[in-house]
Design a protein around this ligand. Structure first.
Ligand SMILES: Nc1ncnc2c1ncn2[C@@H]1O[C@H](COP(=O)(O)OP(=O)(O)OP(=O)(O)O)[C@@H](O)[C@H]1O
Length: 392
């Protein structure tokens, strides 16, 4: 198990990691997520004893990395696949590492086979593609058959077959009871690989929970409903019935309706009661990417000036409360986020939906009282994320 307690790292005036505490348990793949510059690599380097924490500590099996006996046989890591002597053959590179840790040469050939580089074992690694370099880095991590494995962006540069292979490898290593800690920016891949997530933003913990909980805590539930396109009056009738029943109804660009605040069976019953036929009634399935975007949108340091995410915080219609609570202390959830409705080409995807001419105002307050659910804790504004303890 990897355990960080109050881990903080400062580089001069820059605080890369601040007061981070978490555990990475054996037997599952734990994903390590965070925007660029949020401190993932710094944390991994501290776990591996390559950087000293300014304060706090991180241990592996109860010991700091540097106190582990023959650490390479207990902990394997891929941090930077390019950190190899390019003039060496792949096999010689691994052989050098093996000899430093008393690992037999036959293990080198084993891991070359595991990562699929057996045919280029005698080639110099400077001629390797990005993906081949990643495979060599993974081979080095596996060399000591360690119980604890850290991978920083292991699928970077891999082709689809390679990505699938890494996914299965991570799962297999975890199923053997190993501790597997893996960072990635590929959310769809992480959703398929990891069971547990540790999410950081600006060096601080945002979430430490299962993938399933993370998605359900950070996504807005809604249903998509579609009435026959040939009968617009049915759509209006349904909108009125749903609104009267306390639902919030927004038009989607493709003609469907987005309905919040009503369960699917109730929507079906209301449609039936209003004598409206439905061509579609489907729950919105949030993705890990959507949940991640929502959670981290206030903790992104580097964003293109042309990036439309700057405007992705959709306003809730009056009376609608965000449903989710903060999953972890200290995290920031500045606003509500759900994917924008499909847009025609060239349209602003994050612009609020406009009322159809002569149609109902999508932002009209529903007649019922606003929900009385307990208010979520006040979300710190992005700039307040680190206050009052912001050491920067
Ligand atoms: N040696 C260093 N000296 C000064 N600042 C550093 C150093 N290493 C990292 N930093 C800073 O610490 C912050 C965290 O960097 P880090 O590389 O850990 O982030 P990351 O989450 O791994 O980013 P990415 O996803 O882009 O790889 C960044 O602002 C970075 O500029």
């Amino acid at each position: 198990m990897i355990e960080a307690v109050g881990l903080t790292k400062r580089y001069g005036a820059k605080t890369a990691v601040y007061n981070l505490s978490f555990q990475v348990r054996p037997g599952t793949v734990t994903g390590f997520l965070g925007p660029n510059g949020s401190g993932k690599s710094t944390t991994m380097r501290m776990i591996l004893g390559l950087d000293q924490p300014t304060t706090g500590q991180v241990t592996i099996g109860g010991y700091p990395y540097r106190k582990l006996s023959n650490a390479p046989r207990q902990v394997g890591a891929l941090l930077d696949a390019k950190a190899v002597h390019g003039g060496r053959h792949a096999r010689n590179h691994l052989l050098c590492l093996a000899q430093l840790s008393g690992i037999p040469a036959r293990r080198v050939d084993e891991v070359l086979g595991v990562v699929g580089l057996q045919d280029v074992a005698k080639k110099r690694s400077k001629g390797f593609s990005l993906g081949m370099g990643q495979r060599l880095g993974i081979a080095a991590a596996l060399l000591g058959d360690p119980q604890v494995l850290l991978f920083d962006e292991p699928v970077n540069g891999l082709d689809p077959e390679g990505i699938l292979w890494v996914r299965n490898l991570m799962k297999q290593l975890a199923s053997e009871g190993r501790t597997v800690f893996v960072s990635s920016h590929l959310m769809s891949e992480m959703a398929l690989t990891a069971e547990h997530l540790i999410v950081i933003g600006r060096g601080q913990l945002l979430a430490d929970m299962s993938v399933r909980d993370f998605i359900s805590h950070n996504s807005a539930d809604f249903a998509r409903v579609r009435t026959p396109a040939t009968e617009p009056q049915q759509r209006e009738k349904l909108t009125a019935a749903l609104t009267e029943a306390g639902g919030q109804v927004l038009p989607e660009q493709d003609g469907a309706l987005r309905v919040m605040g009503l369960p699917l069976p109730r929507i079906s019953d209301l449609a039936h009661g209003a004598d409206v036929r439905l061509w579609e009634l489907s729950p919105h399935q949030a993705s890990l990417e959507e949940a991640y975007m929502r959670m981290t949108q206030g903790a992104v340091d580097y964003r293109s000036t042309a990036d439309q995410r700057a405007g992705l915080q959709q306003q809730l219609p009056p009376g609608v409360m965000p449903q989710q609570q903060f999953p972890a202390p200290g995290q920031g959830q500045p606003d509500w986020y759900a994917p924008p409705p499909p847009q025609p080409q060239g349209a602003q995807p994050y612009a609020p939906p406009q009322p159809a001419p002569g149609g109902p105002n999508p932002y009209a307050a529903p007649p019922q009282q606003p929900p009385t659910a307990p208010a979520a804790p006040a979300a710190p504004a992005p700039a307040d994320l680190n206050k009052p303890e912001d050491p920067r």
